[in-house]
Design a protein around this ligand. Structure first.
Ligand code: IPD
Ligand code: CA
Ligand code: CA
Ligand code: CA
Length: 283
């Protein structure tokens, strides 16, 4: 494997270094959470590790780029409205870092080894760098706008699957049960009979990285935030895949209801969600 800890300057190197350091810290604390709290609901967890890791990434990034804006999950008030407002404010800066210090906090708390660090850089509204690090498997996914996507120096590529019936699809259950549960149930009911299997691993960012790496053929989830998606979206696009909202419209940093795929089964996923009224939008 190529080494991934790079020293020196450059946005991507800074992101990779921060993700590697963060991942090491998170892994060392699995099973040792001291301060478990909740946010919007009893299912929406936060720990001292989420907060501490975010502060560390912020410091590492802003040391190199003091003029950039930093949007991290744990520095935003919980809830969709606050997330939208924080994004609007952060967008005023040309350079915006969007960070999820631990994506998959519930997994982390339970010792289910499927969580990651997600770091994206958005320049004038365009995602230019996306880094996702899975410390359990020591897998560093890196994408640069226009330059492709890699894992430890090896290019990642989406799958070539063209049939929905032979596809493995990932999905997610956001903590906002009231809003998401009926939508998710409708989506699952519509998609499950049409595909080979459905997986819900509990990390949106890692699922996007898995679409990029061809480990699943598609993924959908409603009710996400920019820090769940930004890095993973670039990984999927630079690996030859497609990302849209659940109605098939182009992805934007503010998109909350997302479909990502190898491109070939995209239309099938979108129309399945639409016909089941499972897009998350009031149709
Ligand atoms: C969550 C995870 C989960 C997804 C939720 C996210 P967090 O992020 O990505 O898989 O279903 O929608 O909120 O809170 O663990 O960073
Ligand atoms: Ca969270
Ligand atoms: Ca997240
Ligand atoms: Ca998180």
């Amino acid at each position: 494997r190529e080494p991934y800890v790079v020293s020196g300057k450059g946005h991507t190197a800074v992101a990779i270094n921060a993700a590697a350091k963060a991942g090491e810290w998170i892994k060392s604390r699995q099973g040792q959470v001291k301060d478990l709290g909740t946010k919007t609901s009893a299912q929406d967890l936060v720990t001292e590790v989420d907060k501490g890791v975010e502060q560390m990434i912020r410091r590492l990034v802003l040391t190199h780029y003091p003029d950039h804006t930093f949007l991290g999950e744990e520095s935003v008030e919980p809830g969709a409205a606050a997330a939208a407002a924080a994004l609007e404010e952060a967008r005023e800066n040309e350079y915006m870092w969007i960070v999820d210090p631990v994506d998959g906090t519930t997994n982390f708390v339970h010792g289910f080894p499927f969580y990651c660090v997600s770091i994206a850089l958005v320049v004038r509204g365009e995602i230019t760098v996306g880094v996702i690090y899975d410390p359990t498997r020591d897998e560093m996914f890196v994408a640069e706008k226009g330059k492709g996507a890699y894992m430890h120096g090896i290019p990642t590529a989406v799958s070539g699957e063209t049939n929905l019936s032979d596809s493995l699809i990932a999905m997610g259950f956001p903590p906002d049960r009231e809003f998401a549960q009926p939508v998710n149930m409708a989506g699952l009911q519509s998609i499950l009979p049409q595909v080979r299997g459905v997986r819900a691993g509990g990390s949106a960012a890692l699922h996007l990285a898995y679409v990029a790496a061809g480990r699943v053929d598609g993924y959908w989830e409603v009710g996400l935030n920019p820090w769940d998606c930004a890095a993973g979206v670039l990984l999927v696009l630079e690996s030859g895949g497609k990302v849209s909202d659940t109605l098939g419209r182009p992805y934007d940093i503010g998109t909350r209801h997302i479909v990502a795929s190898n491109g070939k089964i995209h239309e099938g996923l979108v129309s399945s969600l639409t016909s089941a009224d499972a897009t998350g939008y009031k149709l």
